[in-house]
Design a protein around this ligand. Sequence first.
Ligand SMILES: Cc1cc2nc3c(=O)[nH]c(=O)nc-3n(C[C@H](O)[C@H](O)[C@H](O)COP(=O)(O)O)c2cc1C
Length: 325
Amino acid sequence: MIDRVDRDTVRSAIALASRAPSVHNSQPWRWRVGPGVVTLHADRERWLPVADADGRDLALSCGAALHHLRVALAAAGVVATVRRLPRPGDPDHVATVALRAGSPAETDLALAGAIGTRRTDRRPFGTWDVPRGFVDELVDRAAGQGAVLRPVRDERRRLEVLHAIAEAAAVQEATAGYRTETRLWTGSGAAVDGVPAANLLRDPAAGPRAARHFGTGTLDAGPGLPAADADGAMLLVLGTASDDPLSRLRAGEATSAVLLHATVLGLATCPLSQPLEVGSTRAVLQSRVLDGTLSPQLVLRVGWAPAGPPPPPTPRRPVDETITA
Ligand SMILES: Cc1cc2nc3c(=O)[nH]c(=O)nc-3n(C[C@H](O)[C@H](O)[C@H](O)COP(=O)(O)O)c2cc1C
């Protein structure tokens, strides 16, 4: 009931949910708030038609926002009951979340705390291993949202992922409109969306091999780092049993769960969607990295941040502009 879960609490939870990662920081979502209910809708006007032709990144971004909302509500002591894609005739109606008063658990508070400190970090990471126990926890977090997270452990598979990223980049660079679209969403310091220059490397050549090329920014790679291809990040591939809209939404929720938990563990993270955006490289991930067992949805770089200040928070649209009654 809205009189038991007051409007300010719901608005604050939506403000935290808006901190979710999204492709190019496009924030492709809108919220509606009613008595005892919040609904989440995909905003097609914020879709990237060239890079994200099949709408996967849009669906994952909405899934990440949905999971962030669930975390924020749980931390505020609100019990949320979620119906995903509740209206078959309206695929952009992503979820209906029914709200009821409850009480927060300590783990909810820790996860919600990570919303404010999580960053997409495009710097090369340190070369210390991510402990196996930490990786197992991330795998569990993905499973808890109905997705499978596969650490890329052997060198052959790692090279397959890196080649797929390079190949996808080459295909996209040759695709009409890709550069213009990327430019539209990057580099500005004053915007309320897009990827700011402050979050892109001053010297992109010093970045990880797996990085998407957005352009030149103002972020330092970190003091005393080795050559770019010595990036110590671990790569993990997130997959789902099938590739329908519900699977993509679940994959987005799993992305959020993994990134927030990694943040709690002190790990740096960066999602990489480029090899999923091109059909031929998505097929390579499916057959040669996941052995044909899963539909790949996203690649994650995870590891230890270099010394030096972390990337600053990226901007978000004013929350009231994203809410309709
Ligand atoms: C579905 C999805 C795909 C993304 N793809 C990439 C990518 O290919 N390369 C990259 O550097 N960041 C990627 N990101 C990260 C976004 O650019 C980032 O979330 C956004 O700029 C907001 O910044 P923040 O994560 O620091 O809050 C992706 C995020 C999502 C949710």
